[in-house]
Write a protein that binds this ligand. Structure first.
Ligand SMILES: CC(C)(COP(=O)(O)OP(=O)(O)OC[C@H]1O[C@@H](n2cnc3c(N)ncnc32)[C@H](O)[C@@H]1OP(=O)(O)O)[C@@H](O)C(=O)NCCC(=O)NCCS
Length: 166
């Protein structure tokens, strides 16, 4: 397993993260979503300003291998894991695990007692393995397409009461 580094989002990362977003959807979700569904989903990165605004409006972490971005994840507010995308060339190497480990700690530091994700059908086994529990199936519209996902929540437990050092 290569060493995965983590760092905060930098403005210069946006085009690379948009490319990771598109490649990840196109190549990793093929078994779960049709070509039309994947195209609609990936088109959300076409407007780079809107894509940048979404990432900048959240706590976004970039995962690197040998200093190059290979994935990213974002925490919206204190308790919603909004985005999680890994470049297909680096899948199944622990990149998403490293990102989630960090975001779960940051959510706890923000006072969250549980973390929720709208897990794609592709990501569901990943989240299940980390202890997230499915709460409900959803159907969301993206452009003209309908995509399914699952709301999954993990109890973060062990939150340290304010004022107590740990
Ligand atoms: C889901 C995703 C983020 C996982 O990233 P990853 O870096 O490959 O995940 P990890 O290597 O940390 O996986 C850890 C464990 O999760 C499970 N897992 C990960 N991807 C899986 C998959 N596609 N199918 C089944 N189990 C999977 C495995 O148990 C894996 O451990 P193993 O490789 O030792 O078997 C990645 O596949 C992705 O970007 N998918 C497309 C975009 C997407 O659906 N994002 C989620 C939006 S909510």
């Amino acid at each position: 397993m290569p060493a995965v580094g983590l760092r905060p989002l930098l403005p210069a990362d946006i085009p690379m993260l948009a490319a990771i977003f598109v490649a990840s959807i196109e190549e990793l979700t093929e078994d779960d979503y049709s070509e039309a569904q994947r195209e609609a989903w990936a088109s959300r990165a076409e407007d780079e300003d809107a894509f940048a605004a979404r990432l900048n409006g959240q706590l976004t972490l970039v995962a690197t291998i040998e200093s190059s971005p290979v994935g990213f994840a974002s925490l919206k507010g204190k308790d919603l894991l909004d985005m999680l995308y890994v470049h297909p060339g680096f899948a199944r190497q622990g990149v998403a695990s490293a990102l989630c480990d960090a975001l779960e700690k940051l959510a706890t530091a923000r006072g969250a007692t549980a973390l929720t994700a709208e897990a794609s059908d592709t990501a569901e086994p990943f989240f299940a393995r980390r202890g997230y529990v499915g709460e409900r199936r959803n159907t969301v519209t993206v452009g003209d397409e309908w995509l399914t996902n699952t709301t999954m929540t993990k109890s973060l437990g062990g939150a340290t009461p304010a004022g107590h050092a740990s």
